[in-house]
Design a binder for this molecule. Structure first.
Ligand code: COA
Length: 262
């Protein structure tokens, strides 16, 4: 599969997807969102891929936001469609993927960039990263899930403050870690190795259980869904999988489990 704006590299069971528009600070234009949609479908359908790491190309930016130049002349209807389409193809898609996705935040994660990082299952940032939602300074609001996911991750008060401050609300990685917005902060030259190591540890676990865990945790944040009920259902379904037989069998036989993801 070929991409104009993405680089794809596999290291064992871990797929690294790099958004590759460094001269535009990896801004998310519609072509890149379409490619990410395809790349996520491809990774989800490929049994050799068990965990994904998502990052941006170059030392400066993870993603500096939605592509302002592309949407600057949009109408109300086009703006609404841009947001809805983005939710569907990329942001909800990442969050609901049945394989874990780690955001390796290597620099500016602004607007749609922070929203993309927040759609990932968790985040690791380089010491140089800066995170923020500057949209109100452009006369618009976060439209790729930022108003909801930021409040879920850091609480309503902090989310409101960051969103209302716009570009003045941008925070460095260390503060983002204190907020719980990123899980780890590491020197820039250790970011990818840290993420790849975390990803390969995760990849040793049962793929079916990983997917079930993602669905159960997500259910707690879906309006109208009963998270504990979903947990009961997902937990029960695990008992019918070959991975469960392998995992419990390997424990009792005192050997390492070899999961097939079924
Ligand atoms: N959309 C489109 N292009 C973007 C972009 C975005 N969100 N962010 C950066 N770029 C482009 C710049 O236009 C510039 O392109 P050019 O050389 O063709 O003019 C290039 O990336 C480099 O950015 P530049 O602004 O020159 O770098 P800087 O170091 O001076 O500033 C930022 C870095 C991140 C502070 C600044 O680029 C910025 O504020 N970007 C927009 C952030 C934003 O508001 N995001 C939310 C969008 S909804």
């Amino acid at each position: 599969m070929s991409y104009q704006n993405l680089l794809i590299a596999d290291e064992g069971p871990v797929r690294l997807i790099t958004i590759n528009r460094p001269d535009q600070l990896n801004a998310l234009n519609r072509a890149t969102i379409d490619e990410l949609d395809r790349a996520l479908n491809d990774a989800e359908g490929d049994p050799s891929v068990r965990v994904l790491v998502l990052t941006g190309s170059g030392a400066k930016a993870f993603v500096a936001g939605a592509d302002i130049k592309e949407f600057a002349h949009f109408s109300v209807e086009e703006g609404k469609a841009l947001s809805a389409d983005g939710h569907d193809k990329l942001f909800n898609h990442v969050e609901r993927l049945n394989k874990p996705v780690i955001a390796a935040v290597n620099g500016f994660a602004l607007g749609g960039g922070l929203e993309l990082a927040m759609s990932c299952h968790f985040r690791v940032a380089s010491e140089t990263a800066k995170l923020g939602l500057p949209e109100v300074g452009l006369g618009v609001i976060p439209g790729y899930g930022g108003t909801q996911r930021l409040a879920q991750l850091v609480g309503k008060g902090k989310a409101m403050e960051m969103i209302l401050l716009g570009s003045s609300g941008m925070i460095p990685a260390a503060e983002a870690q204190q907020w719980g917005l990123v899980n780890h902060v590491v020197p820039a030259d250790q970011l990818l190795s840290t993420c790849m190591e975390l990803a390969s540890k995760i990849a040793r676990n049962s793929p079916t259980a990983l997917g079930a865990a993602i669905r159960a945790v997500n259910a707690g944040y879906e309006p109208g869904a009963d998270g504990l009920q979903r947990e009961i259902e997902e937990f029960g379904k695990c008992f019918g999988t070959a991975d469960f037989k392998e995992g419990t069998g390997a424990f009792m036989e005192k050997r390492k489990a070899e999961f097939k993801g079924a």
